[in-house]
Ligand binder design. Structure first.
Ligand code: SAH
Length: 176
């Protein structure tokens, strides 16, 4: 996905740096390396299938996901950011990507279950609704914590969930 389409003109010279950049409303576009890390963990040995993304932001990761997954739903809490994402994504014509305004802590029950869930804002705990909306065999990756954060990979088994802690990361906090 062409990352320069997702940041302000004034930052376009930094669009391909491996850094998070501001996108307005105190939010950031994720660092490409961290997106790669999360997608690698979600995808290892299987397909992404139907995906739920929490935290559309400017839409960059949603565009990446739509190119490698069957179907992508992405939820954003801040309406004007969602409008920005829609504008950024329009030209890319990703027909398998649906954007929704709402609280990602609640997931998207009407489109559940999901084979993969990826969260782009850090919560103190794994949101219960997201666990429930994970398909059997499905995987979720999310940053957990407040000042100190780690990536957590959650896999839904036939009975119960298995959890693995991955790298230390820095994400914006999940809004309640
Ligand atoms: N996926 C984006 C990352 C955006 S940063 C990218 O490609 O760069 C995280 C985003 O999560 C912010 O836009 C923020 O507004 C959003 N967010 C925070 N709390 C949320 C919530 N409870 N529900 C949905 N989105 C939320």
């Amino acid at each position: 996905a062409p990352r320069h389409l997702f940041v302000e003109e004034a930052l376009s010279s930094r669009a391909y740096d491996d850094d998070a950049l501001p996108i307005g409303y105190s939010q950031t576009i994720s660092q490409p390396f961290v997106i790669a890390l999360m997608l690698q963990a979600l995808r290892a040995g299987r397909e992404l299938g139907r995906v739920l993304e929490i935290g559309t932001g400017c839409g960059y990761q949603a565009a990446v996901l739509a190119q490698i997954a069957t179907e992508v739903y992405s939820i954003e809490r801040i309406a004007p950011l969602l409008a920005k994402a829609r504008a950024n994504l329009r030209g890319l014509r990703l027909s398998n990507l649906r954007l929704k305004h709402g609280d990602g802590n609640l997931g998207l029950p009407e489109a559940a279950p999901f084979d993969s869930i990826i969260v782009a804002a850090a919560a103190p705990q794994v949101p219960k609704a997201l666990l429930q909306q994970l398909a059997p065999g499905g995987r979720m990756i999310l940053p957990l914590g407040t000042s100190e954060q780690v990536l957590r990979l959650v896999e839904r088994r036939r009975s119960g969930y298995s959890e693995t802690t991955l790298d230390a990361v820095r994400f914006v906090p999940m809004l309640m």
